[in-house]
Design a protein around this ligand. Structure first.
Ligand SMILES: C[S@@+](CC[C@H](N)C(=O)[O-])C[C@H]1O[C@@H](n2cnc3c(N)ncnc32)[C@H](O)[C@@H]1O
Length: 222
């Protein structure tokens, strides 16, 4: 019943995925709206792009609206999230797969870009998941990983939680939970940097996303 609260790497229960989808995901998409688009803006027509831990497919749907030519693929561990993403993206022809970031069910070098938003903190072995992301990326392909920054600033966290679809009296509690349970189990800048360094990537960078409690890891394969 309280799987995720006890263990961040357990699979989202149906009620947890429903809660995330309704309360938090709209704020994530608003805060990150330009991010996947920045990643794919220079990709050629028909490029293939993977979203690892796609959740209910909000980012995929937004990307499909901006770049209908792309071949978008989403993967998530939770069947409930995949069901929701399928419904949300059905008119865009997005391919959705259930599976784990630690064992991506795709061929080597089969994507032009790979991104993941707010998922890596849930992976039981983040370096292994990142190495899978790099494996499926073609040479010169780009990777972008967004996650909560354990060292995020309180005003940025408060601003983000302020966008959650919650009654205002619940926000102080939500902010405390976000800072301890979510951010507390997420990487900080140095850890993110070390994880990237282990990958066969050039143009590596790790940075805070200004005005948000998130960090961004970037790299180019090869
Ligand atoms: C916080 S949600 C983020 C969803 C979406 N990316 C977004 O930004 O709105 C995290 C997602 O990661 C998925 N997830 C957790 N562990 C995973 C794993 N090992 N492999 C793939 N997806 C995973 C969860 O099922 C959940 O949908």
């Amino acid at each position: 019943m309280i799987g995720l609260l006890q263990n961040m790497t357990s699979r989202y229960a149906p009620w947890e995925s429903r809660l995330y989808d309704a309360v938090i995901a709209p704020a994530v998409v608003r805060f990150m709206s330009s991010l996947p688009y920045d990643l794919v803006s220079e990709l050629p027509r028909d490029a293939r792009v993977l979203d690892v831990g796609c959740g209910g497919g909000q980012i995929l749907a937004s990307l499909a609206e901006q770049r209908p030519d792309l071949k978008l693929v989403g993967l998530d561990l939770s069947p409930e999230q995949i069901r929701r993403a399928t419904k949300r993206t059905s008119r865009f022809g997005v391919e959705l797969r259930r599976g784990s970031a630690l064992e991506l069910p795709f061929d080597d070098e089969s994507f032009d870009a790979v991104y993941s938003c707010a998922s890596i903190k849930h992976w039981p072995d983040p370096p292994r998941g990142l190495s899978e992301c790099a494996r499926v990326l073609r040479p010169e392909g780009r990777i972008a990983i967004v996650e909560t920054d354990r060292g995020c600033h309180l005003p940025d966290a408060a601003c983000f939680v302020g966008q959650w679809r919650l009654p205002a009296p619940l926000r102080p509690l939500a902010l405390a939970m976000f800072r301890t349970w979510v951010a507390g189990q997420s990487p900080d800048l140095a850890e993110a940097d070390a994880m990237l360094e282990a990958l066969p990537l050039s143009e590596r960078s790790v940075q805070r996303i200004t005005g948000t409690p998130a960090l961004l890891m970037l790299g180019v394969k090869g």
